[in-house]
Design a protein around this ligand. Structure first.
Ligand code: BCO
Length: 571
């Protein structure tokens, strides 16, 4: 992969079609929704043009390192060039058209940025996924989404090949690698020969752009489909106030490329501001590496899940005074007030909470410079109008517990997902009066600060991952030792919450060594579904609590784990 970078650069400079006066700066007011919006032409091409005209200070838009001495630095002009080539590869070599679905399963490599922007240029709807997905997860995603193409690396290509025959719509497999593989198109060979000229589509703001698979309480993950409004949202003035990024900022957002946080935090937010995105390949979380990186590179903003900050603090480093770091943001799960205080004491920096879901992107936030109320996740990011509602969609008074609702009537705000693809029932279920019901319980004080309380369902949030219990229960059911199981959230000092499985064993396994069996079952779950879902805690029981109709009462087990405290953190 790394060799390929050197072959391609420097990207040929090409004349940007629009004159600078014809390009609009990527800024809109909160309630100004243009009919047409495209992140590639409005943001990437805008900054490329600014570079060309010598009006942009920083030369680097993407700065990637892998910890082994390899480094990629691309300017906006190079990114504009490479993403136009990518667009041509997708439409010509891969034969894809606007509206087609493409599964994108890449680790933190520069090609991820090329494919996402290439898709946006062409209107191809991309479906990011984490590299932890197994063959079983991949076949489900390809079938459910009817994806016509997949982009991945050598690591997952064999898993894709093992299920490709079960995916009739899958026509193109595109490989990001130094090696070729039979039946796969080679990304970099095609990029090198592709034309750097491409006319970006004029996408309507409400045209589809991206799909995220997201776990629910029951069944398999649903497909939350977003329009180009998700990217437009980063151009609205309220969003610009959250991180207050400048062109001189170097932002490191650690999110895995499979999550919505990566698209918003590692792409839309920093590039809208003309900032530099910093990426460390980081295949596995290592607090020591993170700390070294924060000392070594001139990073000014750092975004990561609370578990990451927690893990850094637990290592008890002697010095956490980072020379250039100015702002830290955190989201994906709840941050405890004592963690915020510890981080401030050790680093001299505040931790600013962000909250969002795959369905919503950045929903509320502790804006930079805002008075922090420890334990609160800040205020709604306009144009989202967040209210605490009852089960009928009535707005509740301040400081009253209820569901967090985002107003979607009479006007659906840009950034809120369109619907669950091919699932009108699920889409209707989250509509509550004039609001989208997030399923998260919270209160709002008189000043508009939101205080997260927990999920109103059985969804588990473990170190920022949203996990549906049935996905884990179904994986466990495939093991011969398991008669039945119930999977719930359980508190954990490192990860906030972890997955816990209560398991009833089949009689012939009752005498087996329980520690050995626990390891075997954990390994089994890791092998059949994405490993982040595996039960870190296992308890063998003789029976599960059930209702009179035989339904497992997960809530009883959850209460037992939390000793009456609320559970189920942010998704
Ligand atoms: O703990 P174990 O070592 O036993 O197992 C780990 C991994 O080693 C293992 N694993 C990973 N890849 C594997 C694999 N095993 C087999 N094959 C593979 N290919 O599986 C377990 C995975 O657990 P993990 O991912 O939690 O691992 P880790 O390294 O401890 O990472 C910690 C975190 C904090 C970095 C990670 O949990 C994380 O990234 N969490 C944040 C998730 C996130 O970004 N959420 C945001 C969602 S979007 C949102 O909220 C909207 C906001 C606007």
């Amino acid at each position: 992969i790394h060799k390929s970078f050197h072959i391609v650069h420097p990207a040929p400079r090409q004349v940007v079609r629009q004159s600078s006066s014809g390009l609009r700066a990527p800024r809109w007011s909160d309630h100004d929704t243009p009919e047409e919006f495209n992140f590639a032409s409005s943001v990437v091409d805008y900054w490329a043009q600014m570079e060309k005209e010598g009006k942009r200070g920083s030369e680097t838009a993407l700065w990637w390192v892998n910890g082994q001495g390899d480094e990629v630095k691309w300017s906006f002009r190079e990114i504009a060039d490479l993403t136009r080539r990518t667009a041509n590869v997708l439409t010509k070599a891969c034969g894809l058209q606007q509206g087609d679905h493409l599964a994108l399963i890449l680790p933190r490599v520069p090609e991820w940025w090329l494919v996402t922007v290439g898709c946006i240029r062409t209107g191809i709807v991309f479906i990011p996924g984490t590299t932890q997905l197994t063959a079983k997860d991949i076949v489900y995603r390809l079938q459910a989404s009817k994806a016509k193409a997949i982009v991945t690396t050598d690591t997952l290509a064999p898993a894709v090949d093992s299920v490709a025959s079960e995916c009739p719509t899958l026509k193109t497999k595109l490989l990001v690698s130094d090696h070729s593989r039979e039946g796969w198109l080679d990304f970099w060979s095609l990029i090198r020969s592709a034309s750097p000229s491409h006319t970006c589509i004029k996408s309507k703001t409400w045209d589809p752009m991206v799909i995220f698979f997201t776990s629910g309480t029951t069944g398999l993950p649903k497909m939350a489909k977003h329009s180009h409004g998700l990217a437009l949202r980063s151009c609205l003035s309220s969003s610009r106030k959250v991180l207050q990024l400048k062109t001189s900022d170097l932002l490191w957002c650690m999110s895995d490329p499979g999550w919505i946080l990566a698209l918003v935090g590692c792409q839309f937010e920093p590039w809208t501001a003309g900032s530099t995105i910093f990426v460390h390949h980081l295949a596995q979380l290592d607090p020591k590496v993170i700390v070294q990186v924060l000392f070594k590179y001139p990073i000014t903003q750092f975004l990561a899940a609370p578990s990451v900050f927690r893990m850094i603090l637990q290592e008890k480093f002697t010095n956490l005074r980072f020379p250039t770091l100015e702002h830290c943001g955190t989201g994906g799960e709840a941050l405890l007030p004592e963690e915020l205080e510890q981080w401030r004491r050790h680093t001299g920096l505040l931790l600013h909470e962000l909250y969002g879901q795959s369905e919503t992107g950045m929903t509320c936030a502790v804006f930079r410079g805002m008075n922090i109320k420890p334990g609160s996740m800040g205020k709604a990011v306009s144009p989202f109008d967040i209210q605490i509602i009852d089960d009928k969609g009535n707005i509740l008074p301040p400081n009253t517990e209820g569901n967090m609702g985002i107003r979607m009537k009479p006007t659906r705000p840009p950034g809120l997902f369109m619907y669950y693809e091919n699932n009108p029932k699920a889409s209707a279920k989250v509509e509550c009066g004039d609001f989208y019901n997030t399923g998260d319980r919270a209160t709002m004080d008189a000043e508009g600060y939101l205080w997260f309380l927990g999920r109103d369902d059985d969804i588990i949030n473990a170190s920022g991952y949203r996990i549906g219990p049935t996905e884990v229960e179904n994986a466990l059911a495939e093991h011969p030792a398991v008669a039945e199981s119930a999977v719930v959230s359980s508190p954990d000092p490192k990860r906030g919450e972890v997955v816990k499985a209560f398991i009833v064993l089949n009689p012939e396994f009752l005498s087996h060594d329980k520690d050995q069996l626990t390891k075997e079952l954990q390994q089994h779950v890791k092998s059949v579904t994405a490993p982040y879902k595996y039960p870190r805690k296992v308890e063998f029981v003789l029976e599960l609590p059930k209702t009179i109709t035989g339904k497992i009462k997960r809530s009883d087990l959850r209460k037992k784990e939390f000793g009456g405290m609320s559970s189920g953190k942010k998704t």
